[in-house]
Design a protein around this ligand. Structure first.
Ligand SMILES: [Zn+2]
Ligand SMILES: [Zn+2]
Length: 358
């Protein structure tokens, strides 16, 4: 397949400073594929880099290309790929796992590549991501998508993977009650995935009116507004004073971990997914201790792509409604401003980069 020598990429130079640049198209080395990028989601973590310049100690020091939630067409195979990964063929639409773990450390060997201390992750400093026309990734990160998958669906498998991993960590039993704090894309996908995993009642708290309305239509049995009511009291009341079996914190607001811990029943579980802006997580010790809660921190995902592809393909979950807006690469700054401001009913704004395989 022929491809151009240079491409457009977007680089974050500093807070709210995204620039388009022309750079050489990268070359696929041994075991790698050249990808023509199709659709990329603007993740909440990208928005932290865009609006704050950092997530905790991961600081944008050099200009970086962000973007890690993506689908792409295979544009070229590096040496060895045709023999070693024969299911990959040029022109094919693939979803791409953005993490490249080392594969040899204790944590990788024990099946936790998401906890690899030497992981390289697309679009996280200092590794460039995929808000660009082309990128190179290891062949084993690419998952061919069945007929009928759209580029947006392929890109949304990444946030769906986070939701799957969070629900995996909860070890839900059929019929158990669930609360989700925050109805952004991750909270919504987590609520929907909890339903797939057999949750009984799914209760969602969210301060933005349009997101509560969306949640009610998409996956929630009831929604609560932390601006207008004490959501902990409301959820205790909705559960007859018991609390819920599992709470997923997907807001990253200063008060949301504490709210999540207060909604959980004695012996319940709290999964913390959200990324707080000030890098602090506050929960009062007496509450979590007296109730003997299990608190788990959700680090990205692991081994989720084949299941995610199956669940979307078979109709067990509909993820497309979460992609509410579309922008071309030259309008990426506009997309980030919209998402940062929660404008126009936005959930995931997708950057549509390529429109066809070649
Ligand atoms: Zn993401
Ligand atoms: Zn490792």
């Amino acid at each position: 397949m022929k491809h151009p020598r240079t491409m457009t990429t977007s680089r974050l130079y500093g807070i709210r400073d995204l620039r388009l640049e022309q750079v050489p198209v990268p070359e696929a080395g041994h075991g790698e594929v050249l990808l023509k990028i199709a659709s990329v989601g603007t993740c909440g973590s990208d928005v932290h880099y865009y609006a704050e310049g950092a997530i905790g100690d991961a600081v944008v020091k050099e200009p970086i290309t962000m973007g890690h939630e993506f689908s792409a067409w295979i544009a070229g195979l590096g040496e060895g790929v045709a023999e070693e990964v024969p299911e990959l063929t040029p022109g094919q639409l693939v979803a791409v796992e953005p993490a490249i773990p080392c594969g040899v450390c204790e944590f990788c060997e024990h099946g936790h590549p998401n906890l690899c201390p030497d992981v390289r992750f697309c679009g996280t400093p200092p590794i460039d991501g995929v808000f660009a026309e082309y990128a190179v990734m290891p062949a084993e990160n690419c998952f061919p998508l069945p007929e009928g998958f759209t580029p947006d669906e392929g890109a949304l498998l990444e946030p769906l993977g986070v939701a799957i991993h969070a629900v995996d960590l909860a070890h839900l039993k059929p019929g158990q009650t669930v609360a989700v704090v925050g109805a952004g894309p991750i909270g919504l996908l987590t609520a929907a995935m909890a339903r797939v995993a057999g949750a009984g009642e799914v209760l969602v708290t969210e301060p933005l009116d349009y997101r509560r309305e969306f949640a009610l239509e998409y996956c929630a049995d009831a929604v609560f507004d932390p601006k207008g009511q004490d959501v902990v009291a409301a959820i205790m009341e909705a559960t007859g004073g018991r609390g819920v079996d599992a709470v997923f914190e997907a807001a990253g607001a200063p008060e949301s971990p504490e709210q999540a811990a207060r909604m959980a029943r004695p012996g319940g579980k709290v999964m913390v997914i959200g990324i707080p802006s000030d890098d602090q997580m506050v929960m009062s010790a007496s509450n979590v201790r007296r109730k003997g809660l299990t608190i788990k921190l959700v680090r990205r995902m692991k081994h989720t792509y084949p299941r995610a592809i199956f669940m979307v393909h078979s109709g067990m979950i509909d993820i497309l409604p979460v992609a509410t807006h579309h922008f071309s690469l030259d309008r990426i700054q506009e997309a980030f401003e919209l998402v940062r401001d929660y404008g126009d009913g936005v959930l995931r704004a997708m950057i549509q980069i390529g429109t066809e395989a070649s």
